[in-house]
Design a protein around this ligand. Structure first.
Ligand code: GLN
Length: 385
């Protein structure tokens, strides 16, 4: 048979999704793939039940149902502090995963360079391969995962077409400060680069840290493609509803890319989610409180277990240090962890461009009894690993 596409020959499967499968095989508590084990808000589920009876059940407008875009524009206008036009500035996608791919396909010509901070969410590697982009990696340094200005300047000097900004960042939990973002903005302007953001954890930022929308920085609207989703904010990761927000000159192309990739996000789910988009501020405060409690419980438990870990400023991931176990492969460590200790985790190497082998990523988007059960197991890992 003839060879399959060269574009995808460098692909591995997603290690995050693979670890979920391995975790399930061993009946482990799955702290690998980041999604909540608790229900979405009841009002949203009640509305979904109504929509199941009443519809819509056929395609929505390909770039998003008008009432969904209106509700989203209203919500994002409130949070971003910039008026978002539901007609011209939104494309509704199948999750932020599609939004990021659409953004890359909209901006990139094969061979264009794209700056990616490392560690990075593994999809960006695949996005780069599919769109033909050449990544330029800029390291983020623990403990607070800041970048060195000279590294970023050197990366921009290579003439990238775009920079990918995951903020709050998966897997490091970094929340970029306004000053760091202004520095990125200055370089983006100087070198005329686009900024593609992934802001799916925009509502999970722990005080005193605060989320700054890159698109809302002075002069950045024209060059920013903001991608996000409703998955994490309303605990509906399986609904696959996300979006691109950008100026009309960009959404004009993004709509076409999206149309030919997927036609549209699920119409009944968009209809139901209008209810969630109209939630008041107390919903977002409650969501943050919930995650903050889980974060404190989980970090305290890791401290009690004597496991060194990062201290996330946002999102719900922790990188834990496994050096003491003496494994030369973090993937093998994670396989053993699922099998022997009953915990699913993601090997850190799947997020780093650099040769990093001593970290694993675990998440705390779990109900408290499950987190406590996971912590009990982690307390005993030295007996089994
Ligand atoms: N963003 C989540 C994670 O990093 C889920 C990824 C996915 O499977 N789409 O684990």
């Amino acid at each position: 048979m003839r060879e399959l596409s060269r574009r995808t020959s460098g692909f591995t499967d997603s290690v995050i999704r693979r670890m979920t499968r391995i975790s399930n095989e061993h009946g482990a508590i799955n702290l690998s793939q980041g999604f909540p084990d608790f229900d979405p808000p009841k009002e949203l589920l009640d509305r979904l039940a109504e929509v199941a009876r009443e519809g819509p059940h056929q395609y929505s407008v390909t770039w998003g149902a008008p009432n969904f875009r209106e509700a989203l524009a209203e919500k994002q206008t409130r949070f971003m502090g910039r008026r978002i036009d539901p007609e011209g500035e939104i494309v509704v996608t199948c999750g932020s995963t599609e939004a990021m791919m659409v953004a890359m396909m909209t901006v990139i010509n094969p061979g264009d360079k794209v700056i990616v901070f490392s560690p990075f969410y593994e999809n960006y590697g695949a996005d780069a391969m599919l769109s033909g982009a050449e990544p330029i990696y800029v390291p983020l340094h623990p403990p607070d995962f800041g970048f060195l200005k000279e590294d970023l300047e050197a990366a921009f000097a290579l003439g990238p077409k775009a920079l990918v900004l995951c903020n709050p960042s998966n897997p490091s939990g970094k929340v970029f400060t306004r000053d760091e973002l202004l520095f990125i903005a200055k370089l983006a302007e100087e070198y005329d680069a686009y900024v593609i953001t992934d802001e799916v954890y925009e509502h999970i930022v722990y005080k005193p840290h605060a989320h700054t929308y890159f698109a809302a920085l002075p002069g950045m609207w024209e060059r920013t493609i903001s991608c996000s989703s409703l998955s994490k904010t309303y605990s509906v990761t399986g609904w696959r509803v996300g979006y691109v927000i950008a100026p009309p000159e960009i959404t004009d192309t993004a709509r076409k890319v999206h149309d030919f990739l997927t036609v549209g996000a699920a119409a009944p789910l968009q209809e139901a989610l209008v209810t969630a988009l109209r939630f008041k501020d107390d919903y977002y405060d409650g969501l943050l409180d919930t995650y903050d409690r889980k974060r404190r419980l989980f970090l305290r438990g890791l401290d009690d277990a004597g496991i060194q870990h990062t201290d996330p400023q946002g999102a719900y991931y922790v990188m834990a240090d496994i050096s003491e176990f003496g494994y030369d492969s973090d993937l093998r460590f994670c396989e053993d962890l699922a099998k022997k200790a009953g915990i699913g985790a993601v090997p850190g190497s799947s997020f780093f461009h650099e040769d990093v082998n001593h970290l694993i990523r675990i998440h705390f988007a779990k109900s408290e009894p499950v987190l406590n059960a996971a912590l009990d197991k982690l307390c005993k890992i030295r007996d089994v690993m």
